[in-house]
Design a protein around this ligand. Structure first.
Ligand SMILES: Cc1ncc(C[n+]2csc(CCOP(=O)(O)OP(=O)(O)O)c2C)c(N)n1
Ligand SMILES: [Mg+2]
Length: 324
C-alpha cells in the first residue's frame, strides 16, 4: 500500500519524538535527576516505528523491544507518553487520556531476555482461536536469538500456522557481546528456514523498508499463512545501559564503526528523503522538530508536578517493568 503524505510525516514525527524522549532520559539519568537504569536506543527508531505504525490493528498483540524502554512502540500505537515519562521518575501520572498499553495489546516486557517468545506464542494461539484475523508482532534482539525459547516458540508457531511476525532488531550487540562472536551465520533471518518460515533481511535504518517488509508478513499472518521472520539490521550507538562501560568483550567499542553508523542515522536519512522528494520543506521539518522539543519539555514539567508513586498506585499491568 502506498503511503500518503500525512503517513510519511507521521513516521518522521514519531521518530523525532522517540529520539527526544530518549535524550531526556539519558540527560536525566546521567545528571542524577533520575534513579535506576536506562537502555537508550538512538539510531534504532526506524525498526519499531516502521513496523508498528501502519501495519497493526487496535486489537493486535505486540511484544516490543526494550531499547529506549519501548517508547517508539507505544507512540506508534497511539499511547500517551505521560505514563512512560512519569514512571521513569517514580511519579504517578494520574488519569492519562487515550488508550492504555493493554488496550493496544501490550502487556509489558519480560525482564528475562527470551521471555517474549513463549508469551508471543500464547498470544498467537489466542489470536488464532479468536478467528478475527488478529496478528502478533514480536520483537527481539540479536542477543535474544541465542535463547532456546526462540526455537521452541518458532517451531510451534510454524507447525500450528500461528499469525506471528517475529522481528529481530539486530543492533549487532548483546550487552558486551558482538553478534559476530555469538552466532555462526551472518543473518539471524536464516533461522527461519529451519522452521519452514518465510524471512527477509531489511535495512533497519530505513523506516519505509521496515514498514514494507512487515506489511507483507502481517498480510500473510492475517490470511492464515502462518509466521514469518524479519531481521532489521541496525546498530547500538551507545553502551548497553547508561553508566555501563561501552565495551566489545572487554575492549572499548570501535569509534570507527560508530561513526560509520552515525552517518546512517534513520531520522536524518528520512528527513533528507522527505525534503528531496518535496514532501516537506526544511522549514516544515524544523517546525516538527520544535514541536517535539516543546512536547518533551512539557512532559518533563508535567512529571515534576506529579506526586511520587507509592506501590499501591502501580497496577502490575500498567508498569513497563524491565529488570537486568
Ligand atoms: C536471560 C537473561 N540473560 C541476561 C540478561 C541481561 N541482559 C539484559 S539485556 C541483554 C542484552 C540483550 O541483547 P539483545 O537481545 O541483542 O538486545 P539489545 O540490548 O542489544 O537491544 C542482556 C544480556 C537478561 N535480562 N536475561
Ligand atoms: Mg542487540
Amino acid at each position: 500500500m502506498k503511503l500518503e503524505k500525512d503517513q510519511l510525516v507521521k513516521f518522521y514525527s514519531l521518530m523525532v519524538r522517540t529520539r527526544k524522549l530518549d535524550n531526556l532520559m539519558i540527560e536525566a539519568l546521567n545528571s542524577g535527576r533520575m534513579a535506576g537504569f536506562y537502555h537508550a536506543g538512538p539510531g534504532e527508531e526506524a525498526v519499531g516505528i516502521g513496523a508498528c505504525t501502519f501495519n497493526m490493528r487496535d486489537d493486535d498483540y505486540l511484544y516490543p523491544h526494550h531499547r529506549s524502554h519501548a517508547i517508539g512502540f507505544t507512540l506508534a500505537r497511539g499511547i500517551s507518553p505521560k505514563g512512560w515519562v512519569c514512571r521513569h521518575f517514580d511519579k504517578n501520572p494520574g488519569e492519562v487520556e487515550g488508550p492504555t498499553a493493554e488496550e493496544r495489546g501490550i502487556f509489558g516486557i519480560s525482564g528475562t531476555i527470551g521471555g517474549g517468545f513463549p508469551l508471543s506464542l500464547g498470544w498467537g494461539i489466542t489470536a488464532k482461536k479468536n478467528g478475527k484475523n488478529q496478528a502478533v508482532l514480536s520483537f527481539f534482539g540479536d542477543g535474544a536469538s541465542g535463547r532456546g525459547t526462540l526455537h521452541e516458540s518458532m517451531n510451534m508457531a510454524a507447525i500450528w500456522k500461528l499469525p506471528i511476525v517475529w522481528i529481530c532488531e539486530n543492533n549487532q550487540f548483546g550487552q558486551f557481546m558482538p553478534i559476530k562472536d555469538a552466532f555462526a551465520r551472518e543473518d539471524i533471518a536464516d533461522i527461519a528456514a529451519g522452521y519452514n518460515m518465510p524471512s527477509a533481511v531489511v535495512d533497519g535504518q530505513d523506516v519505509l523498508a521496515v514498514h514494507e517488509a512487515v506489511e507483507v508478513a502481517v498480510q500473510k499472518a492475517r490470511a492464515g499463512d502462518g509466521p514469518s521472520l524479519i531481521e532489521c539490521k541496525t546498530y547500538r550507538m551507545r553502551g548497553h545501559a547508561e553508566g555501563v562501560p561501552d565495551v566489545d568483550h572487554v575492549d572499548p567499542r570501535s569509534e570507527k564503526d560508530k561513526e560509520a553508523w552515525r552517518k546512517r542515522d534513520p531520522i536524518v536519512l528520512f528527513k533528507e528523503n522527505l525534503i528531496k522528494q518535496r514532501i516537506l520543506t526544511a522549514e516544515e521539518v524544523s517546525k516538527i522538530d520544535k514541536e517535539a522539543d516543546d512536547e518533551v519539555a512539557e512532559l518533563d514539567k508535567y512529571q515534576q508536578e506529579c506526586p511520587v508513586m507509592v506501590p499501591s498506585d502501580a497496577s502490575i499491568l500498567d508498569v513497563f517493568l524491565y529488570a537486568e
